[in-house]
Ligand binder design. Structure first.
Ligand SMILES: Nc1ncnc2c1ncn2[C@@H]1O[C@H](COP(=O)(O)OP(=O)(O)OP(=O)(O)O)[C@@H](O)[C@H]1O
Ligand SMILES: [Mg+2]
Length: 258
């Protein structure tokens, strides 16, 4: 069983000098347990803000976010932050096991779980390496393994592949699909890639330019289990891509001052 996520009338204001900036405005949606949801929207529209609110890292100005935990023993959420966030002074294995260390699991148990996910993301030979000895893509994979190892009710991923080259991104998309199809987690995945959202998600939420409002909620029809090549060669792929781009184009121009 996976958790449901409810976001109800969520608005977030940030202080800005003597004023405030509204980052999100009355965003509401519901995710069923095990649903993979992508969030797409122009730069600065409040995507990271939305994840931080769901993670409980910031207090909503209005509204609520609720994770209906399926299992009280599990942490509500784990986040993969925008830009790789690993501890440079810890080995790969300790980084991947860090969330479990915080939960108080003993060392053999947390290392057993962490090493399993490190192998799944292709880092089986790097347990004792330090982050500085890895490539950017490998560091990002450590952060992903750490989040999965936590076995959270909801997995929050903020542009986890944003800084990577195309080939590494494609490989990691396949790895994520495979791990997700095994675990059936509820996922909120922020991306600026329309194709990435279409390949990974069951559902795509499109946010408008700041203040972010929910502009569209699109079901992705491609069958599971998915493979990159079958999704990209699906006869409906291009039409859906263009439908989403139509929704994003004007706001993308506003966001960059065009
Ligand atoms: N800590 C903060 N203090 C003040 N304003 C903030 C803070 N964090 C974000 N903002 C503002 O809130 C708005 C939304 O920011 P957010 O980081 O959520 O956007 P985003 O959609 O994740 O953008 P990107 O795609 O560039 O990552 C922006 O206008 C930003 O300037
Ligand atoms: Mg962001």
């Amino acid at each position: 069983m996976s958790a449901r996520l409810t976001v109800a009338n969520l608005s977030v204001d940030y202080p800005f000098g003597n004023d405030i900036v509204r980052a999100l405005d009355s965003v509401s949606f519901d995710l069923a347990g095990g649903e993979f949801c992508a969030i797409v929207g122009p730069s600065g529209c409040g995507k990271s803000t939305l994840l931080r609110a769901v993670a409980g890292l910031i207090e909503p100005t209005h509204g609520t976010t609720t994770i209906n935990a399926a299992d009280p023993e599990r942490p509500d959420q784990a986040m993969v932050f925008q830009g790789a966030s690993v501890f440079p002074w810890m080995t790969v294995l300790r980084n991947a096991a860090y969330g479990l260390e915080m939960r108080g699991l003993d060392q053999p148990e947390r290392e057993r779980i962490a090493s399993e996910f490190l192998r799944q993301v292709g880092l089986g030979d790097f347990f004792n390496a330090y982050p500085a000895q890895l490539s950017e893509g490998m560091r990002q994979r450590v952060a992903i393994a750490r989040a999965f190892a936590m076995d959270p009710e909801v997995l929050l991923m903020d542009e986890p592949f944003g800084a990577l080259d195309e080939q590494t991104r494609l490989v990691l998309q396949e790895e994520l699909l495979r791990i997700w199809e095994d675990t059936g987690k509820t996922v909120v995945f922020v991306t600026h890639g329309i194709d990435e959202a279409m390949i990974l998600a069951d559902r795509i939420l499109i946010l408008s330019a700041r203040p972010g409002t929910l502009k569209a909620d699109i079901q992705v029809p491609f069958p599971r289990p998915r493979r990159l090549e079958t999704v990209r060669s699906d006869p409906d792929f291009n039409a859906l891509f263009l439908e989403i781009w139509e929704l994003l184009r004007d706001d993308a121009m506003v966001a960059i001052g065009g």
